[in-house]
Design a protein around this ligand. Structure first.
Ligand code: ADP
Ligand code: MG
Length: 300
């Protein structure tokens, strides 16, 4: 496209809340045949909430959520925020002082797995199966059954281990963005297929994908894995867009032919992307592709 056409299109994009970083991204967007969506914070609202707690040993609800909250309070992860919020809510419900937390030290983040911390002299782990297995914590069949039940309901199960033993779990739900299903089917009508990629487990991922109308899923992928899936698809000759919001999406956003970041996402994702969807609305994936098509049609 001519520099003028690019300027006009990027100006139009900006007025629509679609920031296009340069002519290359604009030219490539119309060639996109596959869109890869991150799950958490991209297809879903990204504000997960605790919808159920399950206790596996003799610990009170309040104690369980306080220990977990103390371990999670320094984490930026949306799941961590859900756990902390829940503990605060319990305090409010039962009328106790709501800003008192246990002291935590030796806080550690385990990407794609959870967190660990020492809380009141106890070793607390909060996270998924991968975290528990890596720390040699036993997952009994009772716990496994609960996890499976929750995952098939599209919930993520966050387990809490205290001194090497799983005491309880939070079932967390993160609803789909209202426009997600509509966007996937509209892309389909444009001959563009959708794929979901996530660090979350297969069962939850598949349940969410079914809800939104996506057939192809890559689950349990770490940040490097997300970028590798993109490169595999590119080797097959596909031109693809990646839509994501998190630090964990930035390698994939950089690897894709067109990286699109959710405006409400992290700065690192926004920096790695070619296009920023300022309104954080998935409809703007289509706006960006349309803009590209119209610009290039005009100059042809
Ligand atoms: P996504 O790709 O869906 O955005 P992440 O890669 O951030 O997900 O995390 C993958 C999984 O790791 C989560 O679904 C959760 O099971 C676990 N996890 C990561 N961080 C935390 C945390 N702070 N607390 C609990 N679980 C976590
Ligand atoms: Mg995400």
């Amino acid at each position: 496209a001519t520099p003028t056409a690019v300027m006009v299109a990027t100006g139009k994009g900006a007025s629509l809340g679609v920031l296009i970083k340069g002519g290359n991204a604009l030219e490539k967007a119309q060639k996109v045949r596959t869109v890869i969506f991150d799950k958490t914070g991209t297809l879903t609202i990204g504000r997960p909430t605790v919808v159920q707690i399950k206790i596996f040993s003799n610990i009170s609800l309040q104690e369980l959520s306080d220990l977990a909250a103390a371990a999670e309070v320094n984490s930026e992860h949306p799941l961590a925020k859900a756990v902390v919020e829940h503990s605060k809510k319990l305090h409010q419900q039962y009328g106790s002082c709501n800003d008192h937390f246990y002291e935590a030290c030796n806080f550690e983040v385990h990407p794609g797995a959870g967190v660990s911390s020492d809380v009141g002299g106890k070793k607390v782990l909060v996270g998924n199966k991968r975290l528990m297995l890596a720390s040699q914590v036993l997952i009994t069949s009772e716990i496994q059954d609960y996890i499976s039940d929750m995952e098939h309901m599209a919930r993520t199960c966050v387990m809490v281990a205290v001194d090497g033993r799983i005491c309880g779990a939070f079932a967390v739900s993160d609803p789909l963005k209202p426009e997600a299903g509509r966007v996937v089917s509209f892309l389909d009508s444009m001959g563009i297929s959708s794929i979901m990629v996530t660090g979350d487990n297969w069962a939850t991922a598949t349940a969410i994908a079914r809800e939104v109308g996506i057939e192809k899923v890559f689950a349990e992928t770490d940040p490097v894995g997300k970028a590798e899936r993109i490169k595999d698809l590119q080797m097959k000759g596909l031109t693809l867009a990646m839509v994501g919001d998190g630090i964990n999406d930035s390698p994939a956003l950089a690897a894709a032919d067109v990286g699109m970041a959710i405006g409400a996402g992290t700065d690192i994702a926004i920096e790695a992307a070619d296009i920023v969807l300022m309104k954080s609305n998935l409809e703007d994936v289509i706006t960006a592709i349309d803009l590209s098509k119209k610009t290039l049609a005009r100059i042809r």
